[in-house]
Design a protein around this ligand. Structure first.
Ligand code: 13P
Length: 254
């Protein structure tokens, strides 16, 4: 089965409003001029820029996503943003469970299961992140941990709901370090995740789910990573902050 390729940029906590506007414009222009439209591009931008990025991307093929949202519907949760708010602002995607959220903000499997539920119930598409830290990779228990992360936050879903999820495998040791997983390491883990899903939901469901790779994806390694059988594109951090690099990475998915 051929799954669509997806290349999503995670801007994290970077850029001012003006810089965000310029970067978005450059991405739209370069993608129109240079890409064949075979890969879906998504920009996951900081909350304050969502509306302007959405307005800029209206009428283009570039999608917009948030980087997190609350597990609650509404109410006295100062500083939080709900899935309903994102939906009402016309934002279709949201990253959930990024390793930086797990590490610095104490997000864990059960909490993320609630966020996934909220996002799906609202009709948005979650980009659910999983991935092991360095010490777990060195111990050799990375497969167990990643399977657990997927199981804890996604395996309560119906098959129909699971099919709406995009998964991103992001080994923590490869994030922002310049140290990419080799294409073989990425393929191995993506296959482990897909097989785990197949074990519970069957092969057809597992084969339909896009699994993106994240962790130091750059223009010079994107093509090889995205060529792996179970790698359906990328979730790009640092290199998504430069339109030229982001577009060159997207070319690797075409
Ligand atoms: P880098 O591409 O900067 O390594 O970040 C990856 C990431 O965390 C994307 O979500």
């Amino acid at each position: 089965m051929t799954r669509p390729k997806i290349v999503a940029g995670n801007w994290k906590m970077n850029k001012t409003a003006e810089e965000a506007k310029a970067l978005t414009a450059d991405v739209i222009n370069l993608s129109r001029a240079e890409l064949k439209g075979k890969a879906k591009l998504i920009l996951c931008v900081p909350f304050p820029f969502l509306m302007q990025t959405r307005a800029q991307t209206d009428g283009s093929a570039v999608g917009v996503g948030a980087q997190n949202c609350s597990e609650h519907d509404s109410g006295a949760y100062t500083g939080e943003v709900s899935a309903t708010m994102l939906k009402s602002a016309g934002i279709p995607y949201v990253i959930l469970g990024h390793s930086e959220r797990r590490q610095y903000f104490g997000e864990n499997g059960p909490l993320l299961a609630k966020k996934v539920d909220k996002v799906l119930a609202t009709g948005l598409t979650p980009i659910f992140c999983c991935g092991e830290p360095l010490e777990i990779r060195e111990k050799g228990t990375h497969e167990t941990l990643v399977k657990e992360q997927v199981q804890q936050s996604l395996f309560h879903l119906s098959a129909d709901d699971l099919k709406k999820v995009i998964i991103a495998y992001e080994p923590v040791w490869a994030i922002g370090t310049g140290k990419t997983a080799s294409s073989q390491q990425a393929q191995e883990m993506h296959a482990v995740i897909r097989k785990h899903i197949a074990g519970k939901y069957g092969d057809a469901v597992a084969q339909s789910i896009p699994i993106l790779y994240g962790g130091s994806v750059k223009p010079d390694n994107a093509k090889e990573l995205f060529a792996c059988q179970d790698v359906d594109g990328g979730l790009v951090g640092g290199a998504s902050l430069k339109a030229r690099d982001f577009i060159d990475i997207a070319k690797g998915a075409e």
